[in-house]
Design a protein around this ligand. Sequence first.
Ligand SMILES: Nc1ncnc2c1ncn2[C@@H]1O[C@H](COP(=O)(O)OP(=O)(O)O)[C@@H](O)[C@H]1O
Ligand SMILES: [Mg+2]
Length: 349
Amino acid sequence: MEEFVARFNNLARLIDQPSVLVDRRGTVVLASQGAFELLGHHIAGQSFDGFIRHPDFVAALQMALTQDQQTDLLYTRMEQVPRQFEIRLAPFDKNHVFIALIDKTLERSVERIQSEFVANVSHELRSPLTSLSGFIETLMGPAADDKQAQEKFFPIMQSEATRMQRLIDGLLSLSRFEAEAHRPPTDAVDLRAIIDEVVAIKSHMADGRNIQIAVTSEWEDATQTPLVRGDRDELLEVFHNLLENAVKYSNEGSDVVFALSQGRDLAGATQDDRIRVQVTNTGPTIASQHISRLTERFYRIDEGRSRSMGGSGLGLAIVKHILNRHRGRLRITSENQQTCVSVTLPTER
Ligand SMILES: Nc1ncnc2c1ncn2[C@@H]1O[C@H](COP(=O)(O)OP(=O)(O)O)[C@@H](O)[C@H]1O
Ligand SMILES: [Mg+2]
């Protein structure tokens, strides 16, 4: 008997997943610590199927007992967050079957995220591609000699091609930043200079909609601004994306403000080892249910509007990845038509 228990325990330890031993009727004879934790301490002496209620359990048990065959069953356990298990049954001896519950939740969610991602990318690429093919067909057929139509269509075709290009660039940066997520940056960079540069690059875009961009700072003498530990190009990308959004989603003729200050925690207390940049703009208030999702890839409140302005829905996802690598924080608030995106970064010491 002792040898019997030891054999089960050894196998359970080897498999390192919740494991159970049942007799010919499916009653639990032995269980590993993990199985007790998963299914409850009262499983001993009870019918295993009573806990999992799987339609194929009885058949699988019979297979293991009579045909000496291993069977796998898929099983979803309804907890607050449903978990997926693979139940593996294998013969133990003439009268007992060894059951292991292999947790597949993580694997399945990764699979789901991946297939969702591929579906999203395909959807995003298909629409500019469809429109391009349409124009090409028209220009080769009915509009072959129509100079006016050509003058009208070529710029649209160009902007569709640019949109695809931007989407691909965005996807490539995302995967690059993801790959680097665990390598913290080492350079000391001047955040104020980065912001001034981004503002200079973007001001023509803002002029077109009569939007003024201002930079304010707690450090009147710009050279006193604390340096941050970071990667210059990546931080340029962060503030470029934030400024682009602020201008794009602003009311015509309003102001966009960059404010630099010492870091603050959630309660408002200053943190002298952090620096904060707030980008504020005036535009439609973002409803709270959207805010927490804005950094998801392809998440856009108004897909049509974002797309017509050349957006791919990847900007904030890229921002979040870069900030993670920088041990930075991102916080978005929006009320009374004021949207504020706040970035906090550790200063260099
Ligand atoms: N300053 C802002 N004001 C209002 N909405 C914003 C602002 N910044 C971002 N958003 C919303 O967040 C969405 C995602 O932003 P982003 O990832 O940069 O994608 P994109 O700009 O390409 O649409 C935008 O489509 C928009 O709906
Ligand atoms: Mg954007």
